[in-house]
Design a protein around this ligand. Structure first.
Ligand SMILES: NC(=O)c1ccc[n+]([C@@H]2O[C@H](COP(=O)([O-])OP(=O)(O)OC[C@H]3O[C@@H](n4cnc5c(N)ncnc54)[C@H](O)[C@@H]3O)[C@@H](O)[C@H]2O)c1
Ligand SMILES: [Zn+2]
Length: 782
């Protein structure tokens, strides 16, 4: 049974009073403004249809909320009112028509202004000095927030008297305190980084900041101010139009919006509405509409007031940027780089001028912070072209039986593991080589100059190969021929409407495709370093790829290495080692590598592991690297001394670790860690791999190269080989090639026209080789 109008009115009064209290007193609204406005309009409509429903305490008659009691109160000599609202052009037309009807019949002139989304305050200046500032409160009584207002730099503490004028005895200025967007965002970024509570929106930020009990807190918040009206005035003549007043206030040094204009009639105000609406997103602060005020004070007086607002002004609202809706499901999206972003599918909602069904949740931390769950009512915000986002949950509307959201364990696109390293905000799909979402990015990276260096394979062609399903993985590149590329380009041109003349005329140019196939052919022979870099493993850049290649020596070992072993390479920390581990753990990634090798990719520079590994290949080091909680390197050593073999270690019980000297909590932690199957298997595999690496190490470190430990300087012009080639060749034999000669230099290679370095070598008695001697040496040692 639907409620009677009486019941509904009582219900609305209760809901609106609650909302007012939360909004105006607690600065912690729960409803989005549009919903509040709808409730208020519904009540106003009921009251208009049946005036007996209008109780004396009806919220339709009142402004704002009562003071909170936190601050001293201030009586406003001239009340601070609200504004009537118009949500459509028809309502604005009614407003203008009424003024024409009740005024002198002429087309009215308006002062037109942005409606700043902050909070109204009144500033009282006596003899030019700022003496008191107050919030609007319920319009008659506000809160004394003088100390807080003093911290806002836009508010003058003393008025600048215009030329030849005394400061007025009393001047009350009304206006809006607001928080610029940049300040709001900076504040929230800071709050999130420091574990604070972010502000819901700039309006809320302004209100909350101004009503802080400690002015030092307010001072830290980025607030600003625009003046737009007068309160009590004494001892000075006031201009007789509103636009005159604004110009006059500017003369006193008060900030007035530069967007204030004058406009005539309905056409004038609607044009202003449209222009400001277009600027809305680009403004450095939030506005929620524009305000039209009858410019002439005489006409204003004739029109008068209703209980809560003047009859000579109206706020024309823009589409709301926040709305409430219900979450139907929480999904994740996998981006080109593998980043996994949660988002919500919602019941369709009209916000920021369009209907939306999806909103982003940014990342897992954000979901946890907001605690968004399927079935929740949420507030969605869409400002400008920005992707709609969920800003908060309405806890009171949470249905029973909801559960907190958790990031799925597997990529919805490719089924690979989703991983999120400690300390990182973003979760990622670890199927770099198999994930269709990452295919374009992966191919593009693989082909890039510093990776496999396949010239001519640009992003557009790659996109076409992927879109037309010609490549499932990078290995497929090696199966494509000239005809395939020509066909792909043709289809891409056709789709994009960019078919070139050669194709239209039937003279298909295939030269580029032949070159491309040749470049792909050339890329088959590659170095381990390039190949590793080309795989596009998260966190593995060129220098990491190079270090891995130098230390491990061949691809097979790297593919099989359990992740803690990667930490044996200098500069590879926990994060990179784990990323490598996740990558090689995915069977899909391994299959693509097999495929590449089968397609003829050949690594030309496989070599034994670096002898420098020797020192680190111990069980103690392995335990220390494995991320076992509470196990410091020293304790790891203790443990390995007691049980020098991984298999034996696995057979031990907790008390044996205590006997071996581990403190209680470390012993427990080790026992727990070892009891997890995956850890035990990893430890055994890593120990086996260490043994294998040790066996593969060159017997004697000196045997690494005939020039190991020798510093060489190259100077002058070499005829037979370039300087770079000479350097690389010498380094391959173990030499360190340096740029300056010292007593520690082993020998100097001097080509033609050698200059000061040769002189210095002679001076220090350092051995000098000419090019012929170098070539002879190289021939002997190659
Ligand atoms: N979400 C909630 O629960 C909840 C509860 C209560 C109120 N509200 C919101 O608060 C607002 C109602 O508050 P209101 O009574 O202050 O009305 P209002 O904000 O719609 O309009 C009046 C106010 O506009 C401001 N303003 C900005 N620019 C102005 C200008 N150039 N000239 C004159 N005034 C200007 C002033 O602060 C003035 O007090 C609505 O937007 C409503 O949705 C929300
Ligand atoms: Zn994936």
């Amino acid at each position: 049974m639907s409620p009677t109008p009486q019941q509904r009115a009582a219900e609305l009064r209760r809901l609106i009073d609650d909302a007012n209290y939360r909004y105006h007193v607690l600065d912690d609204p729960e409803l989005p403004d549009v919903e509040y406005d709808r409730l208020l309009r519904e009540l106003a409509a009921l009251e208009a249809a049946d005036p007996s429903l209008r109780t004396p305490d009806s919220p339709t008659l009142r402004v704002g909320g009562a003071p909170s009691g936190k601050f001293a109160t201030v009586q406003h000599a001239v009340p601070m009112l609200s504004l009537g609202n118009a949500f459509s052009e028809e309502e604005v037309a009614d407003f203008v028509a009424r003024i024409v009807r009740e005024g002198d019949g002429a087309e009215p002139v308006f002062s037109v202004e942005p409606k700043f989304d902050g909070l109204a305050i009144s500033l009282r200046y006596e003899d030019g000095l700022f003496v008191r500032g107050a919030t609007r409160g319920d319009g008659a009584t506000g809160e004394d927030v003088t100390a807080n207002l003093r911290t806002i730099k836009a508010i003058p503490l003393r008025l600048r008297a215009p030329e030849g004028m005394e400061a007025p005895a009393v001047l009350e200025v009304r206006g809006e305190v607001y928080m610029p967007r940049a300040g709001f965002e900076a504040w929230n970024a800071w709050a999130l980084a420091n574990g604070g509570k972010p502000l819901a929106n700039p309006r809320n930020g302004a209100a909350g900041s101004l009503r802080q009990l400690d002015p030092a807190v307010t001072a830290k918040r980025p607030l600003a101010f625009f003046a737009y009206a007068l309160g009590e005035v004494e001892g000075v003549d006031v201009p007789d139009t509103h636009s005159g007043v604004l110009a006059w206030l500017r003369g006193f040094g008060l900030p007035v919006s530069p967007l204030v204009e004058r406009a005539s009639g309905l056409a004038g105000v609607l044009d202003y509405y449209r222009r400001i609406g277009e600027m809305r997103d680009a403004l450095p602060y939030d506005i929620d509409g524009v305000v039209y005020k009858v410019d002439s004070h005489a006409l204003q007086r004739a029109l008068g007031f209703v209980s809560r607002a003047p009859r000579w002004a109206i706020a024309h609202k823009f589409p709301a940027q926040e709305e409430a809706t219900v979450v139907e499901s929480i999904e994740v999206n996998v981006g080109r780089t593998g980043a996994v972003t949660p988002w919500v599918l919602m019941q369709p909602v009209h916000v920021g001028g369009v209907t939306v069904t999806r909103a982003t949740l940014h990342n897992a931390d954000q979901v946890a912070r907001l605690d968004v769950r399927v079935g929740d009512s949420v507030i969605v915000r869409r400002a400008g072209d920005v992707i709609p986002e969920v800003v908060r949950v309405i806890p009171e509307r949470r249905p029973d039986g909801t559960t907190p959201w958790r990031m799925p364990g597997r990529c919805p696109v490719c089924g690979s593991e989703i991983v999120r390293e400690e300390g990182e905000v973003v979760a990622r799909c670890s199927g770099e080589l198999v994930c269709p979402a990452q295919r374009v990015q992966g191919l593009f990276h693989f082909a890039s100059r510093r990776a496999m260096d396949i010239e001519g394979l640009g992003e557009r062609l790659i996109q076409a190969l992927v879109d037309f399903d010609q490549v499932q993985s990078i290995a497929d590149l090696y199966r494509l021929g000239v005809g395939d590329f020509v066909e792909m380009k043709r289809r891409a041109d056709e789709r994009d409407g960019t078919t070139p003349e050669t194709v239209r005329s039937g003279k298909v140019a295939t030269k580029w495709a032949e070159n491309l196939v040749a470049a792909i052919e050339r890329s088959r022979e590659t170095t381990l370093e390039r190949f590793l870099f080309a795989l596009g493993i998260e966190h593995v850049g060129e220098s990491t790829a190079k270090a891995l290649a130098v230390w491990f020596g061949d691809l097979d070992r790297i593919r099989r290495a359990p992740w803690p072993l990667f930490k044996r390479v200098p500069d590879i920390g926990d994060e990179v080692a784990r990323a490598l581990g996740h990558f090689f753990d995915q069977p899909g990634n391994q299959a693509v590598i097999d495929d590449l090798l089968a397609a003829g990719v050949h690594i030309t520079d496989a070599h034994p592991p670096s002898p420098k590994l020797r020192e680190g290949l111990t069980l103690a080091q392995l335990l220390a690297d494995s991320g076992i909680p509470k196990l410091t390197p020293l304790r790891a050593k203790q443990l390995a001394d007691a049980f020098p073999d991984a298999g034996t270690l696995l057979d031990q019980e907790r008390h044996n670790f205590v006997i071996a000297g581990l403190p209680d909590e470390a012993a427990t932690s080790v026992a727990e860690w070892l009891s997890i199957d995956a850890n035990a298997r990893m430890l055994l595999a890593a120990a086996a791999m260490q043994a294998e690496l040790l066996a593969a190490l060159p017997e004697d470190e000196a045997a690494v190269g005939p020039l190991d430990g020798v510093t060489v300087v190259i100077t002058g012009t070499l005829e037979a080989m370039g300087r770079d080639e000479a350097k690389a060749t010498l380094e391959a034999l173990g030499a360190k090639v340096s740029g300056s000669v010292s007593k520690k230099t082993g020998f100097v290679v001097a080509g033609a026209e050698a200059g000061s370095k040769l002189a210095r070598a002679t001076e220090l008695g350092v051995e000098v080789w000419d090019e012929a001697r170098l070539l002879a040496f190289l021939a002997e040692h190659r």
